[in-house]
Design a protein around this ligand. Structure first.
Ligand code: AMP
Ligand code: TRP
Length: 328
């Protein structure tokens, strides 16, 4: 069975982009893959976090994983900082990376833009992500399209270390990106991706948003003045983004939606989309409420960390041997 690894940062506001870009695939993959799903808290501290809030967000993400359908009997669910191998391998990879390649990462460029001085962790973020993936001999990494560059550098690092030490330290993983239009864009500005941190709360739909808030966000979403429901990312990015969301949250293809809404105005289309999104999120919210405060989460995460540690310790042993570290 092929092994799958992916992670989500516990930074609050898990949104439709995270769900459609990543979480939805997590659930599908666990049927015929050995899946490992991580809550990447070490990545979260690349930006300032309030310790108490971070702890809560870790449990929020864990509960959401389970609420969307990740099954801890089938998949390993754990918190990154509970497994020391991540930070350890990250260092070995850091020593095999170049500042030039890291400077080219668009996420780093975006996040450090307008800052006088950027945190080093933000710069080396992709290396920690590579360590996450390589630590588990991962074959497949389901992520949103925004992570393509990070997957590439992970592959480069794996190949580089294998070649340099003339041993097979790592399996070279493949990214698994959502089909066309995988990127869910901001509702207020369809030229930027839907993000957890945008100031305007109507730019995103968080999975736990109230139906009334969701309605407001969708009805306010930026479109264009043409009044034609057609998929055209270049000229009609707002409507195309809404079509994508509709399509991903329903059984319809984009083509079928274009036909269904031929001659309709944006208002009617948006009203239906509100229904579809609210209906789709309802069971997730219900399960989340059941799980989040039930007391079963810490046990699930502890068990997950134990299982993750067993796998990662084997990889660390092999890699340290290949690189010549330690005495056994
Ligand atoms: P993050 O919130 O950065 O931890 O992202 C968690 C997962 O959601 C990653 O696989 C991302 O690629 C994915 N993701 C984040 N934002 C979006 C978006 N706007 N559209 C699609 N996927 C996304
Ligand atoms: N960088 C990813 C994001 O922001 C989160 C992440 C960290 C991740 N480590 C990972 C995703 C390993 C997949 C595999 O979305």
């Amino acid at each position: 069975m092929k092994r799958v690894f992916s992670g989500v940062q516990p930074t609050g506001n898990i949104h439709l982009g995270n769900y459609l870009g990543a979480l939805k695939q997590f659930v599908e993959l666990q049927e015929d893959h050995e899946c490992i799903y991580c809550i990447v808290d070490l990545h979260a501290i690349t930006m300032p976090q309030e310790p108490k809030v971070l702890r809560e967000h870790i449990l929020d993400v864990a509960a959401l994983y389970l609420a969307v359908g990740v099954d801890p009997k089938k998949s390993i669910v754990f918190v990154q900082s509970d497994v020391p191998g991540h930070a350890e391998l990250s260092w070995i990879l850091t020593c095999n990376s170049y500042t030039g390649e890291l400077s080219r990462m668009t996420q780093f460029k975006d996040k450090s833009k307008e800052k006088e001085s950027a945190p080093t962790g933000l710069f080396t973020y992709p290396i920690l992500m590579a360590a996450d993936i390589l630590l588990y001999d991962t074959n497949v990494v389901p992520v949103g399209n925004d992570q393509k560059q990070h997957i590439e550098i992970c592959r480069d690092l794996a190949i580089r270390v294998n070649n340099k030490y003339k041993t097979k330290s790592f399996i070279v993983p493949e990214g698994r990106f959502l089909k066309e239009g995988a990127r869910i864009m901001s509702l207020d500005d369809p030229s930027s991706k839907m993000s957890k941190s945008a100031e305007n709360i109507h730019s995103r739909i968080s999975l736990l948003d109230e139906p009334g808030k969701i309605k407001k966000s969708i009805m306010k979403a930026t479109t264009d003045s043409e009044g034609i429901i057609k998929y055209d990312v270049k000229n009609k990015p707002g409507i195309s983004n809404l079509l994508n969301i509709y399509c991903e949250m329903s059984e319809y293809t984009v083509k079928e939606l274009e036909e269904k809404y031929q001659g309709c105005g944006y208002g009617d289309f948006k009203k239906d989309l509100v229904e579809v999104v609210n209906e789709g999120l309802k069971p997730i919210k219900e399960r989340y409420e059941e799980i989040r405060y039930s007391g079963e989460l810490p046990k699930i995460l502890e068990d997950g960390a134990k299982r993750a540690n067993l796998i990662s310790a084997k990889t660390m042993n092999r890699v340290k041997n290949n690189v010549g570290l330690g005495i056994n």
